[in-house]
Design a binder for this molecule. Sequence first.
Ligand code: BG6
Length: 482
Amino acid sequence: MTMQKFPKDFLWGGATAANQLEGAYQADGKGLSIADALPGGPDRFKLVNEPNFDWTIDEANCTYPNHRGIDHYHRFKEDIALFAEMGFKCYRFSIAWSRIFPNGDDKTPNEAGLKFYDQVIATCRSYQIEPVITISHYEMPLNLVKKYGGWKNRQLITFYETFARTVLTRYHKQVKYWMTFNEINSALTFPVMGQGLVAANGASDKKNIYQAWHNQFVAGAKAVKIGHELDAELQIGCMLLYATTYSYDANPVNQLATLEQNQAFNHFCGDVQVRGEYPAYTNKLMQKYGFSFNELEIGENDLALLKANPVDYIGFSYYMSSTIDVADAEREQASGNLIGGVKNPFLKTSEWGWQVDPIGLRIALNELYNRYQKPLFVVENGLGAVDKPDDKFHVQDDYRIDYLREHIQAMAGAIADGVDLMGYTPWGCIDLVSASTGQMSKRYGFIYVDLDDQGNGTLNRYKKASFEWYKQVIASNGETLA
Ligand code: BG6
């Protein structure tokens, strides 16, 4: 098959998040993050429903997979060497806020935490791997949740600003690409990880979610401003969870509901962060929950700050599409990446029920580019699957290769459509702890990590079949996909 060429400087790489792979959750002065308080197993998100959840970490009765991660904190050199062997041009990772400001509200940063990222960045650079940093990826300091009630509290803007200024100042010479908040829009359905809003501090009141978003928009705009003042060439993006959304049928009722779901979920946060202003449909979204924009706490200079500091590019995750049918309440529901929808009869699903839809990625890229005309970056994509290693720990993960190939073909199609696409960092390029389930057995990586859901294993790393395959993809700049 003749492929459309990817741009010469296309950023091929992989993506991770600190809380899901570093482990060492109390090493060298690190404080607790929200992810450290999430157990593995069925109780992982008890805090979503329990109004009296008190954040006790009960090591005696629960496992906490994020505490150990895959011990990347002590093995990052080996891991980045493997990424380099695959030919990564970039590596997306996040900085654990609680390594730098253990309580979030500390006056001075923890130098030992910064020293860790000094080494990670230097190791990337030694292989000419471009670091791509998510400033905040589902790992806010737990203290900011317990003491301040999470992002609905405006004081968090100052704490984030201090954090962002610290890391941007320290790393702007080595790191060109940044993102402010991972999957900021995911809070609409799941405000726990990104906003620190749980049953006990008001997650069920949508006004809190919108207030938290406003505070995050302002904090993100401050990060953009700080970054550009340090170096006008820095590229600072937003990061959205994008699920291409279809109407189940031609029923106008479903079409309208699809439009509204797109506004509420896929587009609202991007509209503010990319265009620098609240969209015309803002009040409609809020009125659905019984409040209006005027009721939010908005600082005097907030709107001017947003307008003056839009993001440079749009980073987004894409795993699946979603289908809407409000006309038929009986329709079978689908699982998904924090949003579901109904089952789409044209799509297969992953072992976790996520609907696999490569064409949906081409549509997403077109929708986003037509809407914003700014460069796009697919910073997460991949298949969570159970891998079965042989007795030499080899995994023949053809199913993962098939998934990635089809999504790369979809990206090539979108580039041919005229979309400006900067790069591709498949999720969990090395196996890591699943954000939603806390499982190790839900694997995404090119590199197998010998660790099971109960924490047993050597933590040794092994290359899967997809490792060699992705190496060829990168070496051929997306031409060789067989
Ligand atoms: C994204 C998150 O939603 O999906 C990642 O940014 C997460 O942190 C990824 O790991 C895959 O989801 P899961 O639940 O399978 O780990």
